[in-house]
Ligand binder design. Structure first.
Ligand SMILES: [Zn+2]
Length: 259
């Protein structure tokens, strides 16, 4: 059977694998509070599971090496109630840079980052740009939300503001991934109603400028959204859409990056 996890390889095997035009998948997530109903590993569980399913499918045609998830990243200070890891912004950029640089120095040239935690995306963008300048390696910085936004708009039950953090989207995914979620603890008291001409407070909402939602709304339960509308059926459909689109995206990236 084809090996998928990079950690299962010996170093001589990795040295051989690099000659096969491989694709490296790096999930980057976070451990943070996700309300009273979801585990703090929510983002990591989502990213790691998507990365594993995508890697299994890709490995049928492309040599694919799945990295272990980066599980600690940046979260805003406001979220530091219980269970949140807070790596400082500059430390996080350097940490990701050094993981990517290590891969580049081993001559891996095609790296897909699956970012399942929105708050540190700008920092990942900096690391990716530094790597491009230093190694002429152009990583693909991706996130699961953008790969299912059309599908999710069709099937979501919550209104705008129901899916920012620990709301319908993430709760549905965790149920679909087989986690036992105590829905009696889910609450819709932190559903966001904020919508203006230029800004919609929902992870899938239209935004003409960036502001962290935590900057104008205090969450009572560590939720920004409406998890009460979540279901395993919704989660299953989103997950299928994300994995299908990721496989396509990775194949395209693998093909177009030729240097
Ligand atoms: Zn999350």
């Amino acid at each position: 059977m084809t090996k998928i996890n990079l950690m299962d390889y010996t170093w001589p095997e990795l040295k051989e694998a690099v000659k096969k035009n491989p694709l490296v998948i790096l999930p980057v997530a976070q451990v943070e509070e996700h309300g009273p109903h979801l585990p703090v590993g929510c983002d990591t569980f989502i990213g790691a599971s998507i990365a594993k399913q995508v890697s299994c499918e890709l490995s049928k045609t492309i040599t694919t090496l799945l990295m272990p998830s980066v599980w600690a990243g940046y979260s805003p200070k406001k979220m530091m109630e219980w269970g949140t890891m807070r790596v400082r912004t500059r430390v996080f950029i350097d940490y990701i840079h050094d993981i990517l640089a290590s891969l580049c120095e081993m001559e891996f040239k095609k790296i897909v980052i699956i970012d399942s935690h929105g708050q540190h995306r700008g920092m990942l963008d900096v690391a990716v740009k530094e790597i491009a300048d230093e190694y002429n390696v152009y990583c693909a910085l991706t996130n699961p939300l953008s790969l299912c936004s059309e599908k999710y708009a069709e099937i979501r039950k919550s209104k705008s503001g129901g899916s920012t953090h620990a709301g319908e989207f993430e709760t549905s995914l965790l149920i679909a991934l087989g986690h036992k979620i105590d829905m009696k603890k889910a609450t819709d008291i932190d559903t966001l109603k904020f919508k203006t001409k230029y800004f919609e407070a929902d992870a899938f909402g239209a935004k003409k400028y960036y502001i962290s939602t935590w900057g104008f709304h205090d969450s009572k339960e560590g939720i920004l959204g409406d998890p009460c509308k979540a279901s395993g059926a919704t989660g299953k459909l989103i997950l299928e859409e994300i994995v299908k689109n990721y496989v396509e995206l990775c194949k395209e990236y693998h093909k177009i990056v030729t240097f």
